[in-house]
Design a protein around this ligand. Structure first.
Ligand code: B16
Ligand code: MG
Length: 219
């Protein structure tokens, strides 16, 4: 029986994944690493330093910078990202997501946040959605980021639920792998060819309703 929902934030609740993409693209240009859609997809859902390391690896520059220089570049990306968040408001909540979150909350499902982003509390407040969340995982406390299962295992645990009693929602390949590893049911939002490992898939957020999920899972 499903008792809880575990939410990714960027690309699932709000279109902030676009802003992460813009900020990483800018940094890749500065580092002389060629930006591709494939690189962009690899970075989705992956934490800040892991993302920088992926970019450097992609550009065959994994040993080009000291840890201190990498800190500098990671901070620079974050400052750019936060700047892009200045204009963030409720209009950037993805179609149907506020209604969906409100509906599952009204139906008594427990809700937690499994975002890799250290900016997620700020983003949820800005979107006025923090009130719906019973718990959240602080990504700073994780040993391993997505695709490791730790964040989704913890997201169920903080609700006092087993992963098997939960559905995790993700727009990223790394995130689907993380959900699957935890034992929760994975719901992919986006291109099913990219998110092929998801248990169930919806092309976009407007299709994410309790009714459609129950139908897809034969519940
Ligand atoms: P920050 P999610 C992830 O959030 C983003 O998808 C990813 O692009 C970003 O690098 C990561 O958070 C870390 O974010 O630099 O703000 O701590 O998709 O897990 O909600
Ligand atoms: Mg995401």
């Amino acid at each position: 029986q499903i008792k809880g929902f575990l939410f990714d934030l960027d690309g699932v609740i709000a279109n902030t994944s676009t802003y992460h993409g813009i900020a990483w693209h800018q940094l890749a240009d500065e580092l002389g690493v060629k930006w591709t859609d494939d690189l962009g997809n690899q970075l989705k859902g992956v934490g800040r330093m892991d993302s920088l390391n992926l970019i450097l690896k992609y550009g065959h520059k994994e040993n080009a910078y000291t840890e201190e220089q990498k800190e500098y570049y990671a901070n620079k990306k974050n400052e750019n990202y936060i700047h892009l968040l200045d204009s963030l408001d409720k209009s950037q909540i993805l179609p149907g997501m506020e209604e969906f979150i409100k509906n599952i909350s009204d139906h008594g499902y427990l809700i937690s946040l499994a975002s890799s982003s250290k900016n997620s509390p700020y983003v949820l407040e800005k979107l006025d959605l923090a009130k719906y969340f019973d718990q959240r995982v602080d990504p700073a406390t994780l040993t391993h980021g997505k695709p490791d299962p730790e964040i989704y295992t913890r997201a169920a645990e903080v609700l006092n639920l087993k992963p098997e009693e939960c559905i995790g929602l993700e727009d990223a390949v790394a995130g689907i792998k993380s959900i699957n590893g935890s034992g929760a049911i994975s719901l992919g939002i986006g291109d099913p060819r990219i998110l092929s490992e998801a248990d169930i898939n919806f092309e976009d957020t407007s299709q994410v309703t309790l009714e459609n999920i129950k139908k897809a899972l034969n519940l």
